[in-house]
Design a protein around this ligand. Structure first.
Ligand code: NCD
Length: 459
């Protein structure tokens, strides 16, 4: 569907431009040429453009920098039956994400330059920019540090053992110390295993009712507290992956007030779905655990939490305590979810439902639309540093990475239409509001959805 043959200028006319980097929110036209943003102006006449120019009528749509996702699992190399770099990048394009950062829990893990090069080669020509995150420890085994210098030279943009925490506090201290000089964040998956042996969902009334082993909030919060202290000690760059509890948000808020340079992310599902979704009634707590109960698609790390946790995460994202949204896109093959809740894999396929999920916070009045766009663009770019800012603005002269979306369009999730090989989402069949119309990467339209896009497209 993408207009792969069109390489000429593109004029995006009549949209609501939200460009947080430039403090812009209003009716503007955007001209793209030679892969770059050329101009953003109140009115750019189409007459002056050359014949190959394409004009897109963006009235009714938001036009913003493409979304940046600093936490995805692309599964390649090693788990190509779950996702490949090609299918994951396609899912990103459909979700409005123009840059995605791949976590290193692949096989082999991303702990040496050869794997980083492999990923870069496989990502060449993909419909999204793909960057690699290197392991903190060799083989992600938590015993000794990976060769961080080698990985930085190879081009990794952060370090993480995601899927697992950096468990050893001494290694975490070292990694944070090195992160200062290496100039990239250490993204930690905070989970104290000893506090949640065998846990498969949030510890609370639903886990009791279903008889499932719980993961208490403290399993996350104990390590968040440890990492904040280590950051204060080392002056390192700590990034807290997928925060899910009110207590974590409160600790990050307090740490920032004390001037500790910590950053944090939250996932779309933790802003909308609660533990009650595990009952199988799509979140309706009054639905008795019936044939759909133990919906394994709700099994994710960290687990879906309580209403109060969801509210705290939303408030934290709104006030900037949480710097950005990251999807934690975790695609899995079908059979890994067609089993008991205990046996099921942790993870949700998120890239293609992210915007619709996130827009629920805007439609409910909890987060303003410009703030949400900030948390998907300049927010993640600030967390990463290292040249990410050029992809997070519509400043003339920067790469033309953009998304056009209808903030109100309703649509029903159908996993059979996913580009991702991972159809594992509890949102299948759920109606969301907010849909991507087109995604542009480096001036190339990599995805377009005619039913959203327009109406008055004069191509
Ligand atoms: C992640 C995965 O599948 O790689 N799953 C998830 O539920 N988030 C890894 C992880 O963070 O546990």
């Amino acid at each position: 569907m993408a207009d792969a043959h069109h390489n000429g200028p593109i004029l995006i006319a009549g949209g609501r431009v939200i460009d947080p980097a430039n403090g812009r929110d209003g009716a503007f036209d955007v001209l793209i040429a030679d892969g770059l943003v050329k101009a953003v102006d109140r009115s750019i006449p189409a007459d002056g453009l050359d014949q190959t120019a394409r004009v897109i009528d963006a009235s009714g749509l938001v036009v913003s920098p493409g979304f940046i996702d600093i936490h995805v699992h692309l599964r390649e190399p090693g788990y190509e039956y779950k996702e490949t770099i090609a299918t994951g990048a396609e899912a990103a394009a459909r979700g409005g994400f123009t840059t995605i950062c791949a976590m290193p829990n692949t096989d082999p893990a991303i702990d040496n330059a050869a794997v980083v090069d492999y990923i870069a080669n496989r990502a060449a020509g993909a419909p999204a920019r793909v960057r690699a995150i290197g392991c903190v420890t060799k083989g992600r085994k938590g015993r000794e540090l990976a060769d961080m210098e080698e990985l930085i030279t190879a081009g990794v943009v952060a370090f993480s053992d995601d899927g697992d925490p950096v468990y050893d506090a001494g290694l975490m201290r070292l990694a944070l110390t090195y992160s200062r000089d290496l100039g990239v964040p250490i993204s930690n998956h905070c989970e104290d295993h000893e506090l949640c042996p065998g846990g498969v969902m949030s510890e609370g009334w639903v886990s009791s009712r279903l008889g499932l082993a719980g993961i208490p909030a403290v399993a996350e919060e104990a390590m968040v507290a440890r990492d904040i202290s280590l950051t204060e000690l080392t002056g390192g760059r700590l990034h807290l992956a997928h925060l899910s509890t009110a207590g974590s948000v409160a600790m990050v808020r307090q740490a920032k007030e004390r001037g500790i340079a910590v950053t944090a992310e939250v996932c779309p599902h933790h802003l909308m779905l609660t533990e009650a979704w595990a009952l199988g009634g799509k979140g309706d707590p009054n639905v008795a655990a019936g044939p759909m109960a133990y919906d394994t698609h709700t099994k994710v790390y960290p687990p879906l939490r309580s209403n109060a946790d969801v509210a705290a995460c939303v408030a934290g994202l709104a006030d900037g305590t949480i710097d950005c949204v990251a999807t934690d896109h975790a695609p899995h093959e079908r059979v890994s979810k067609e089993c008991t809740y205990h046996e099921a894999a942790f993870g949700i396929s998120v890239l293609e439902t992210a915007l619709g999920t996130l827009m629920s916070t805007v439609h409910s009045g909890s987060i303003s639309l410009p703030t949400l766009v900030e948390r998907l663009t300049t927010g993640p770019a600030r967390v990463m540093g290292n040249g990410f800012a050029q992809y997070a603005s519509l400043t003339p002269g920067t790469p033309a990475d953009l998304v056009l979306f209808d903030p109100d369009a309703g649509w029903t999730v159908d996993v059979n239409k996913f580009a991702s090989m991972g159809r594992n989402t509890p949102l299948d069949g759920v109606t969301l509001r907010g849909r991507v119309g087109a995604t542009v990467v480096g001036g190339r339209i990599v995805f377009e959805e005619p039913t959203v896009l327009n109406k008055g497209d004069v191509a």
